[in-house]
Design a protein around this ligand. Structure first.
Ligand code: UDX
Length: 442
């Protein structure tokens, strides 16, 4: 059993800290935002993450939430850096929060002992800079380990407690062994390597997953032109053990706080190191175009979108999270407004946040569909599978559905009178919107 101090109560820090307490360690989670700490002390998580609050409750006696540095460091053997590293305007990583932790450790005094563990996603080479910063501040006896996280939002607790692998990068094997021992109880292969490679594993893993998504999205776009069904294609591809079925779901592009950022980190890192990473350029460009393809699908059926009412069903960048960071819904809403459409949006948990004010936010999916000329499934919420689509057709002005996540069964939706179009799914060539009613002659 160890004493762990976690810096940063965001997704990575909270899930990491709480899950380590589940493994029996004493964990102090330190953040600089008072509201977060107050909420945590009341047993509530400041993020929407299934299973997290249950674990917080079960391990309450081993968990401390604090704003106070001294309280966090008291008796700590490990200092987990889980602070945000958002992109700067240049796309480089903003490491200011990382440097603050280093400065605080230095202020805590030269007798500070322990191992600093980098969990935040950082460009390759950051470990070297942190090592130099620790040494420069007289903290030569503080060890350094890179231990990237691979937690996906919505399944983060499960991902931590059932990891595919644990990656540990260190200069000193004693530091690596110490961090490995923290994970005792988890059944996973441990990849012990050097710091640079550990940092690269994280970026490369996310970039590769993004590449798979952009690839299957392009396959989907070709499927539409040649009459194939991407869902069948992905299945046929994915059963090849060299390919695998994961991350082959075509849709309206990837979003979130990780993929877009980490892919641009890696692209820039390569560029700053003298290498032109062409593939990642394409991955990013395909993804941006994919978010916008829904607009041309709507125009194909509706013509000009000026004055048309479009309902966006789902705002979060994916289901089971309230996170809107880099969400395709934002780009889509803005594109539709730019085309003169009226946009109504609904999401079960995500708050519209920085969506344009011209967007109307409503509390229910059916409410969003009222008098709509088209509906777009933007997030694969389970509620949309259970929605009464016959009732939805009745409240809409025009029964047109663009399924941006291939969430529904096309024939089921068509059977209740919808014109249905998915992503990379065979469109029904004879399918057309019902003729507008001839005005009754007086
Ligand atoms: C990701 C990584 O999965 C995780 O390992 C890392 O630590 C953080 O980044 P997350 O951003 O939570 O996690 O989301 P993820 O579930 O990976 O999805 C990322 C985006 O890709 C979402 O917008 C999702 O809708 C999209 N996606 C995912 C697809 O479009 N198709 C797929 O097949 C899978």
């Amino acid at each position: 059993m160890a004493n762990i101090a976690v810096f940063g109560a965001g997704y990575a820090g909270l899930v990491t800290g709480v899950c380590f307490s589940e493994l029996g360690h004493n964990v102090a989670i330190r953040d600089v935002v008072p509201e977060k700490i107050h909420r945590l002390r009341s047993g509530k998580a400041p993020i929407f993450e299934p299973g997290l609050e249950d674990l917080m409750e079960r391990n309450d006696e081993r968990l401390t939430y604090t704003l106070d540095l001294a309280e966090a460091l008291e008796g700590a053997d490990f200092f987990f850096v889980c602070v945000g590293t958002p992109p700067t305007y240049s796309g480089d990583a903003d490491l200011s929060a990382v440097w603050s932790v280093i400065d605080e450790l230095a202020r805590a005094g030269k007798e500070t002992h322990g191992t600093l563990v980098m969990k935040s996603t950082v460009p390759v080479g950051t470990g070297e800079k942190v090592r130099a910063a620790l040494d420069a501040r007289g903290l030569t006896h503080v060890g350094y380990v890179s231990c990237p996280e691979f937690l996906a939002e919505g399944t983060a607790v499960r991902d931590f407690l059932n990891p595919d692998r644990i990656v540990i990068g260190a200069w000193e094997s004693a530091d690596a062994d110490a961090v490995e021992s923290l994970h005792r109880g988890l059944d996973a292969e441990v990849v012990k390597t050097d710091v640079y490679s550990a940092e690269m594993v994280k970026l490369a893993a996310n970039a590769y997953l993004g590449t798979r998504i952009s690839f299957i999205n392009e396959i989907a776009n070709v499927c539409e032109l040649v009459g194939a069904d991407v869902e069948q294609v992905a299945r046929g591809m994915g059963l090849d053990r060299r390919i695998g079925t994961h991350y082959l779901r075509a849709g309206i592009g990837f979003g979130g706080s990780c993929f877009p950022k980490d892919i641009s980190f890696l692209k820039l890192l390569a560029g700053n190191s003298g290498y032109h990473f062409q593939l990642l350029n394409a991955v990013i460009e395909v993804n941006e175009l994919q978010k916008r393809r829904v607009v041309s699908k709507l125009q194909k059926h509706l013509g000009s979108l000026r004055g048309k009412r479009v309902a966006l069903l789902g705002l979060a960048f994916k289901a089971n999270t309230d996170d809107m960071r880099e969400a395709p819904s934002k780009v889509l809403a803005s594109r539709l407004l730019a085309e003169g459409a009226e946009v109504r949006v609904w999401d079960p948990v995500a708050h519209p946040g920085d969506l344009q004010p011209a967007v109307t936010v409503v509390d229910g999916a059916l409410e969003a569909l009222e008098d709509a000329d088209a509906a777009v499934i933007v997030t694969e919420w389970a509620e949309l599978r259970e929605l009464d689509w016959a009732q939805a057709r009745d409240v809409m002005r025009t029964p047109l559905l663009i399924d941006g996540r291939n969430l529904l069964e096309p024939e089921e939706v068509r059977s209740v009178g919808f014109v249905y179009e998915g992503i990379g799914r065979v469109a029904n060539a004879f399918e057309g919107l019902p003729e507008a009613e001839e005005p009754k002659l007086a």
